[in-house]
Design a protein around this ligand. Structure first.
Ligand code: RP5
Length: 164
């Protein structure tokens, strides 16, 4: 899969300032050759654009949405309320409360509107992308092979570096 194809994963975030965290998701998607797009879509500063993004996502061919936001992090939940695509929420580490506010804003969804909530910060962004790849891999054997290779290498790298 190349990035020239229409995107399967939408990586959206509440602010340009979230990119430092969210680029970890884009790097993983690039590693696996998953076509994706990255955009700022703010729930509070551009609500109309957020609504349009969520409503058109499925029809445009997206299969997973990764949404990162910090503070009063309403983006993942509001997007999830307007699409049937799986939405993975990444709590961005906020300055005031270190991301606990972001985490609680994203994780406590009412029953019926799921958001798969990841860890705060870069690890969450990375894992959101790996989860997106795993979701896509259920129907794409070539991605399953790449995932096996990825985890084989991960284990080998840790083993190589395990003597203290
Ligand atoms: C949220 O407010 C964004 O997701 C970001 O994490 C936070 C701060 O945004 P900026 O003031 O840096 O644009 O909406």
């Amino acid at each position: 899969m190349s990035n020239a194809e229409s995107p399967l994963v939408g990586v959206i975030m509440g602010s340009r300032s979230d990119w430092e965290t969210m680029q970890a998701a884009a790097e993983i998607l690039t590693h696996f050759g998953v076509p994706h797009e990255c955009q700022v879509v703010s729930a509070h500063r551009m609500p109309d654009r957020m609504n349009e993004y969520a409503k058109l996502a499925e029809g445009r061919g997206l299969r997973v949405i990764i949404a990162g936001a910090g503070g009063a992090a309403h983006l993942p939940g509001m997007v999830a309320s307007q699409t049937i695509l799986p939405v993975l929420g990444v709590p961005v580490q906020s300055r005031a409360l270190s991301g606990l506010d972001s985490l609680l804003s994203i994780v406590q969804m009412p029953g019926g509107i799921p958001v798969g909530t990841l860890a705060i910060g870069e690890a969450g962004a990375k894992n959101a992308a790996l989860l997106a790849v795993r979701i896509l891999a259920t129907e794409r054997p070539e991605l399953r092979k790449l995932l096996h290779d990825y985890y084989t290498k991960l284990t080998q790298d840790v083993l190589k570096d395990s003597s203290l």
